[in-house]
Design a protein around this ligand. Structure first.
Ligand code: RIB
Length: 303
């Protein structure tokens, strides 16, 4: 069956070390653990959407080393269509160096590797998969030219688009009006708009042509802004956090799946909030990403 959600995806191997406090410049600390786990904002969101019941396809460019096989194995296990994943022999895979602190918060440095050469031509080769999808999503970890080509193609076929603008980057003027749903956190919103005042920043981005803006607020939930509508806040969940790696990606993927199921905004945002909260209760990006059944049971108070 054809994918409903197509992700123009980054893929990284996450090298995750736990340390006692944020590193100071020039400081060395011993880490208490070191793990090598699947990551990349695009792949993470794709896995989250698949666990929430969506049929998902990827457009991605990965490296030729063993880390690439880790991605292919993950997508096969999750039932994700990887026919449009290109493996670039002789190139290294995206790699993220992640430091996790005792409260579960983290710092990340990303080397995008082979993914930095994902281009509009590869996107064009996936035209028929995108044209028959319900939603095309991306993050700012893939080249913006590839995202713009994908969103233009999606728009031409009446397919919804969703961008997670992480890590925050200056977006080309022509991309803004192609974005149906944008999911920044507060920091990314302020950076994109050049304003620290959240409501004002949101209005500025809507004026650039974004259809709906969903600002994620961590355990405070999220806030939806749409032109001509009053903002709506959907409450989040305070949970015992193991680490927050991939929580934003889980939110994005779960929202994509919920919108594809044609849930209305309040329902879709509540599902995404719950999925993101549950995802923080395990180590790394994908281990604790919940299934749709787990989200429903948790929201109904059954667990
Ligand atoms: O959002 C979390 C992700 O950011 C990690 O998996 C890491 O790969 C970086 O892309």
């Amino acid at each position: 069956m054809a994918p409903e959600v197509v992700c123009i995806a980054s893929w990284n191997v996450d090298l995750i070390a736990q340390i006692g406090s944020p590193l100071l410049r020039g400081q060395t600390q011993l880490a208490s653990t070191l793990e090598r786990l699947p990551g990349g904002k695009g792949s993470n969101a794709a896995v989250a959407a698949a666990r929430q019941g969506a049929r998902v396809g990827l457009v991605a460019r990965i490296g030729g080393d063993d880390f690439g096989q880790m991605g292919l194995d993950l997508w096969a296990r999750e039932g994700i269509d990887s026919a449009h994943v290109r493996r670039a022999q002789g190139e290294v895979n995206g790699t993220a160096l992640i430091l996790v602190y005792p409260d579960g918060d983290n710092s990340i440095a990303i080397y995008p590797g082979a993914g930095s050469r994902l281009d509009a031509e590869q996107v064009e080769q996936a035209r028929s998969m995108m044209a028959s999808a319900r939603l095309v999503m991306a993050s700012c970890e893939v080249p913006l030219a590839a995202t713009q080509a994908a969103f233009a193609l999606a728009r031409a076929h009446g397919v919804r688009t969703l961008l997670n603008p992480a890590p925050a980057a200056a977006l080309p003027d022509a991309l803004w009006p192609l974005i149906d749903v944008l999911t920044p956190n507060e920091g990314e919103l302020h950076q994109l708009a050049g304003s620290e005042r959240t409501d004002q920043a949101a209005a500025a981005l809507l004026a650039r042509g974004v259809g709906a803006l969903v600002v994620t607020l961590g355990d405070r939930g999220c806030r939806l802004y749409r032109a001509g509508h009053a903002p709506v806040t959907v409450a989040g969940h305070a949970v015992q956090v193991v680490d927050t790696i991939g929580a934003g990606d889980t939110f994005t993927g779960a929202l994509a799946a919920a919108l594809t199921r044609q849930e209305d905004w309040p329902q879709a945002l509540a599902s995404a909030n719950a999925a993101a909260a549950l995802s923080t209760q395990g180590r790394g990006a994908v281990a604790a990403m919940p299934t749709l059944e787990q989200v429903r049971r948790w929201r109904s108070g059954a667990v």
